[in-house]
Design a protein around this ligand. Structure first.
Ligand code: LMR
Length: 357
């Protein structure tokens, strides 16, 4: 019995079955190839929904044109590329998401997953960490790196785990210099009576009171305003921070003192880190190690470039401390070390590279 379709003749049916067979012959290999490709190549994670991707929100307070700002971007790019879009690091610079003083709580709560605060800002939760703030504690950046990687350094950074914070690396900002609007600082006694902005750290406060100066703890993002209003006379910071926030436009004198280290611990919310698979942790750890090496080199270069920019602008009077001057300052600042020993411990001071043979 022939099945007849209403209004359709035999010729049409023959043509239809011919076309169907042709389509089948042409498209079958394409279908097979497509299904092979999806197993041969990794999934394009860009296509994944928001809930399927791993999102790491990384907040920091400095500008893009700084070692930290650039390293954060580089880290985000590499992670995206290496995870094929599975892990997305969203960088929020300039304190746009959380300001100085807010980002630590946001990280502990898990509202963000990653920050890179100046080490001085961690001294409020682990005071012993202020060993990094001691004046002339380190003479070179290599000494800082060596100390952080030593047993003593690890003991110090491990203390942050009690606060749900995991240290996964160190980025440099460099050595701090001193600027102010009142007078050139050539001898330490020139600091007497000046009001200086500091990061929140008892050791930094002690450093300035030892030199008979006043210190005020001010958030990084308001330093420009506070200098402009005349609420402080000066501040200490690295050249990349001084230039990126245009602080030098408000100051008349800059002393290249290299008297203290400013660097950052790369911190993850510890619970979040533990929730990641070991593959993801490995990818992040390896990428961070690579970016850290790049950041260390880049910071040195950028610091030199910013010094040249400042010299060229002829907009601020520069003074360099000689090696002899520095020894004199270091001696004058010994009470800061005594303060640290009394309040915290001797062991972190004794392990500093400058006290090793
Ligand atoms: C500062 O507050 O001066 C610095 O901690 C800013 C930064 O993150 O480098």
């Amino acid at each position: 019995m022939k099945i007849r379709i209403f209004g359709v003749g035999d010729d049409f049916l023959k043509q239809f079955s011919f076309i169907t067979t042709l389509c089948f012959i042409f498209f079958l290999p394409v279908i097979i190839l497509a299904s092979c490709q999806s197993t041969e190549y990794p999934i394009d994670h860009e296509q994944l929904g928001k809930d399927e991707r791993i999102v790491i929100r990384f907040s920091h307070v400095v500008g893009e044109d700084t070692p930290k700002g650039m390293a954060a971007r580089k880290f985000a790019e590499l992670v995206k590329e290496r995870s094929n879009g599975l892990i997305e690091v969203q960088v929020f610079s300039n304190g746009t998401l959380y300001k100085d003083g807010e980002e630590m709580n946001a990280l502990s709560r898990g509202d963000i997953q990653m920050i890179a605060p100046a080490i001085s800002k961690l001294t409020e939760i682990v005071p012993e960490i202020s060993v990094f703030d001691l004046p002339f504690a380190f003479y070179t950046l290599d000494e800082v790196h060596e100390y952080v990687q030593s047993e003593t350094g690890k003991k110090l950074t491990d203390k942050l785990k009690n606060h749900n914070l995991l240290v996964t690396g160190l980025w440099d900002s460099g050595f701090k210099q001193i600027s102010n609007s009142i007078r050139p600082i050539e001898h330490y006694s020139d600091l007497e009576g000046l009001r200086m902005r500091i990061m929140p750290s008892d050791i930094l406060a002690k450093q300035f009171t030892t030199l008979n100066a006043e210190s005020k703890r001010i958030d990084f993002n308001t330093v420009f305003n506070q200098l402009q209003k005349g609420n402080v006379d000066g501040q200490e910071n690295t050249l990349t921070n001084i230039t990126s926030k245009n602080l030098y436009s408000l100051q008349n004198y800059l002393t290249i003192s290299n008297h203290g280290y400013l660097g950052y611990f790369l911190l993850f919310n510890y619970e979040f880190w533990n929730s990641l698979s070991s593959d993801v942790q490995q990818l992040l750890t390896e990428t961070l190690q690579e970016v850290q090496q790049w950041e260390w080199q880049h910071t040195k270069k950028m610091d030199q470039e910013k010094l040249q920019d400042i010299k060229r602008c002829e907009c601020i009077q520069l003074h360099y401390l000689s090696e002899e001057d520095k020894l004199e300052w270091e001696e004058k600042l010994e009470p800061v070390y005594d303060y640290y020993r009394e309040h915290y411990s001797d062991r972190y001071i004794e392990a500093l590279p400058k006290f090793q043979d």
